[in-house]
Ligand binder design. Structure first.
Ligand code: C2G
Length: 132
């Protein structure tokens, strides 16, 4: 059983997120999504989410590729998550390329960056809606 983990905010869920989750699941048999909490988003990413953590969690749990959703409360939990959930592959979109290579040294997990889906982002959606 190959176990995969990925991290993100997943606010205003869109097809770019779904493409990422589908390809992350294709890397193994079980996908854990570490979902950024509202506090983490605001304190560390200066992102104010449209949907609360609970609502974003509910949406993710409805996706067929997702097997487990856990909270992401800080930048430094990745190594311990990988150990705790016996993760074989750590997957992120390539806007993060290189940023998590240290995990390959610190843990037994393989680090994989997948191409982002072009032309869609939560920020773009918000900006487009402002223009309506
Ligand atoms: N993504 C993608 N294509 C897009 C938009 C997003 O592949 N058009 C991917 C991102 O690369 C990321 C995932 O979808 O792997 C979630 O994106 P965000 O919700 O924006 O997550 P982010 O703010 O990058 O948080 O500790 C890591 C952070 O929690 C990642």
């Amino acid at each position: 059983m190959k176990r995969v983990i990925t991290y993100g905010t997943f606010d205003l869920l869109h097809y770019g997120h779904i493409n990422l989750l589908r390809r992350a699941k294709e890397q193994g048999d079980y996908l854990v999504v570490a979902l950024s909490t509202d506090e983490f988003n605001w304190d560390e990413k200066q992102k104010k989410c449209y949907f609360s953590y609970e609502k974003r969690k509910q949406l993710l749990e409805a996706i067929r590729y997702v097997d487990l959703v856990i909270p992401e409360e800080g930048w430094d939990q990745k190594s311990s998550d990988i150990e705790l959930y016996h993760i074989d592959k750590f997957v992120m979109g390539d806007d993060w390329a290189g940023k998590f290579d240290f995990l390959q040294e610190e843990t037994d997990a393989e680090v994989i960056y997948l191409p982002r889906t072009p032309e869609v982002s939560t920020t773009q959606i918000k900006n487009d809606l402002k223009l309506k």
